[in-house]
Design a protein around this ligand. Structure first.
Ligand SMILES: Nc1ncnc2c1ncn2[C@@H]1O[C@H](COP(=O)(O)OP(=O)(O)OP(=O)(O)O)[C@@H](O)[C@H]1O
Length: 627
């Protein structure tokens, strides 16, 4: 990878000399051989040519993201006490474990070799006691660790859910439900696996390695060096595999996210798939996407397998060498048979655990990609909600748009310098062609989006200074596509459960929803399916209108709220709005000109500009002087 760069460097430095060519060639060959030699480590090494053209070898920085690790570990803070208890347990079990090989040596050397049955029986009881204590500690640790794992996972998912509800609505505009659920679930699972048993076991291994080395040194310091020589080899193998694993995991979570989004689209568009007979086409895409997933999954699993392969080969190489050297020492008379077996036991305390500790790096390569994605999600900007937000004065609820402009994308202004005012109790209508920006005005008013220029005031306060909950409680909204929960009619109308039965009944009458509710076998206790799938379009809208009336807020927003209403129901609701909701402010967006009757002010949106319609002269004559 560095060779083309190096050649360029050499060429620039030496192009003025006659012998340049041979020098370059020799050095390149040397680099090539060196590279080949360092093939296994090449991901972590770098060759450079200094000013005199000398080749130098550098270790690349490990690039282990300690900042990210610190942030992951922060989630363990609430569990500090229990973690200390677990660590103490590890200390104790290590101490207990330390005596096991010595007891076995006692059985072999003083019991079996000396044919002393008393020593054998006594030592077996000691061994049993040691194992029993170790297992008790293990049970206690498992319980503590399971609790910590569950609680930390709950903490993370709670935080993610809370974040999701407070994010700006633009986050949801290019993602579908499955994509969001899948990504969050996967990331929370992966990050909370930091409290899995693997990490716990590895903490215990630190104690084991220390006690193991102590035991080894007592028996033979020379053999100890052989055991310890494996550490750097394992370190470089893990480093190399971790990098690859991290890349694979990143690819895998991205490919899963993409697949969930695509899958969700199939569920949403199942009727279109049937009507257009898209089965084969969709199946082909499914096949391709699944094959990609399986391929990367396999590559990722193979990396795990290679990691185990190198580990086992290394451990057995060390054990093999120890058998040979141990045999030599027994022949020399420097070590007893029991000594060699005790040494082998201690060496298993060291080799396996060292591998496992170094595997932590590999383990984190599976967590880091998810942690990066989860933390960047948790760091996303939320809706503007000032701390100690101010109250809205009851008597002054005049709304003012002051030179408001808005663009969803750069260089495409949807709203241009819009100014208008509407006072308490006023009823205004906004008309305009599809895509002219009517809903965008409402979204600005409801603080789902923020103006790119200009300000919106309620009374004498910028709406951003008011606490978002208090501000939104001012509005009862029927949006273009109201969402109905998979619940009963009653629970959909009385969303926060605060209204009494009488209020709900009145709202149903006013919205016209009572007509179809009365015909249902379970009346208002009927379930309506996912997003009201068991209702007709008009019935859904009637429920949404009833819901808005029940909320009883001072400002009512109706965004094409009656587009699905039949003519009679529409004119009935229009009377209700004009007569029964006469104290409320109403902003209505409509494509039906009948609904403009009785409105105090009518605006038309055109080319991003808001102009007032002069009703007295001509119903839809545009007054150029307003705006
Ligand atoms: N999230 C978005 N990202 C990018 N562009 C958007 C987004 N939402 C709306 N738009 C664009 O902004 C413009 C105004 O949309 P808006 O929904 O306000 O129109 P509208 O007047 O309510 O239309 P309709 O009468 O069809 O409901 C449209 O051109 C639309 O494509």
């Amino acid at each position: 990878m560095y060779l083309p760069v190096l050649s360029m460097e050499l060429f620039r430095k030496r192009k003025d000399t006659l012998t340049a060519h041979s020098v370059i060639w020799n050095q390149q060959m040397m680099i090539w051989h060196l590279k080949k030699f360092l093939n296994g480590l090449s991901d972590y090494s770098m060759l450079k040519i200094d000013m005199r053209g000398r080749v130098k070898f550098y270790m690349k920085s490990e690039k282990f993201d300690f900042g990210l690790l610190k942030r992951i570990l922060k989630y363990l803070e609430p569990f500090k006490k229990r973690l200390w208890l677990i660590i103490a347990g590890f200390g104790l079990s290590t101490l207990v474990g330390f005596f096991q090989p010595l007891t076995i040596r006692n059985i072999t050397d003083n019991g079996m070799s000396q044919k002393n049955l008393r020593v054998i029986i006594y030592s077996v009881f000691v061994l049993f006691g040691l194992v029993f204590v170790n297992q008790l500690i293990e049970v206690m640790q498992t319980k503590l660790f399971t609790d910590i794992h569950n609680e930390s996972e709950f903490l993370l998912s709670h935080q993610a859910f809370n974040k999701l509800l407070h994010l700006k609505t633009e986050y949801f505009s290019d993602k579908n439900n499955s994509e969001i659920i899948n990504s969050l679930q996967m990331d929370v699972d992966n990050v909370s696996s930091v409290t899995s048993r693997f990490i716990a076991v590895n903490i215990s291994y630190i104690f084991r390695v220390i006690s193991g080395i102590a035991g080894l040194v007592i028996i033979s310091w020379k053999l100890t060096l052989v055991v310890l020589a494996m550490a750097p080899i394992k370190y470089f193998t893990v480093l190399k595999l971790s990098k690859r694993k991290e890349k694979k995991t990143e690819k895998l979570i991205e490919i899963y996210r993409d697949f969930s989004a695509w899958f969700d689209d199939n569920i949403g568009g199942v009727k279109e798939i049937k009507l257009w007979n898209l089965y084969d086409r969709r199946y082909r895409t499914f096949e391709k996407k699944q094959k990609d997933i399986l391929k990367i999954n396999k590559e990722s699993t193979m990396l795990d397998t290679w990691n185990v392969f190198y580990e086992v080969m290394l451990e057995w190489s060390v054990t093999g060498i120890l058998y040979i050297l141990g045999g030599i020492l027994i022949v020399n008379g420097s070590l007893t048979i029991g000594g060699v077996f005790a040494f082998l036991s201690y060496s298993s305390y060291v080799t396996g655990p060292i591998s496992s500790i170094l595997n932590i790096r590999y383990f984190f390569s599976k967590i880091f990609p998810s942690a990066k994605r989860l933390f960047s999600f948790l760091d996303m900007e939320e809706e503007v909600d000032p701390e100690n937000g101010r109250e809205v004065e009851k008597e002054n609820q005049m709304i003012q748009f002051k030179n408001v402009s808005f663009s969803y994308e750069e260089n495409r202004e949807v709203l241009k310098d819009i100014s208008f005012t509407f006072s308490k109790g006023e009823k205004i209508a906004i008309i305009g062609a599809n895509g002219s920006g009517k809903t965008t005005i409402l979204n600005l008013l409801l603080r789902f989006i923020e103006p790119t220029k200009g300000e919106i005031y309620i009374g004498d306060k910028n709406i951003n200074q008011i606490s978002i909950d208090k501000y939104r409680s001012l509005f009862s909204v029927v949006s273009q596509e109201p969402y109905l929960f998979h619940d009963t009619i009653m629970n959909n109308i009385n969303l926060d459960g605060s209204a009494d039965e009488e209020k709900v009944e009145r709202a149903c009458r006013q919205s016209g929803a009572n007509e179809f509710i009365d015909k249902l076998p379970k009346k208002e206790n009927s379930k309506i399916g996912k997003n009201g799938a068991r209702l007709s379009g008009g019935e859904k809208q009637k429920l949404a209108v009833a819901r808005a009336i029940v909320k009883d807020s001072p400002i009512v927003i109706l965004d094409e709220a009656t587009s699905g209403y039949d003519v009679e129901s529409d004119s009935y609701l229009h009377d209700v709005i004009l007569n029964e909701l006469k104290d409320k402010s109403v902003i209505m967006i409509t494509h039906r000109y009948d609904n403009l009757e009785g409105m105090d002010i009518i605006y038309r949106l055109s080319e991003g500009r808001l102009v007032r319609v002069n009703k007295s002269e001509n119903r839809f004559h545009i007054s150029a002087s307003q705006n």
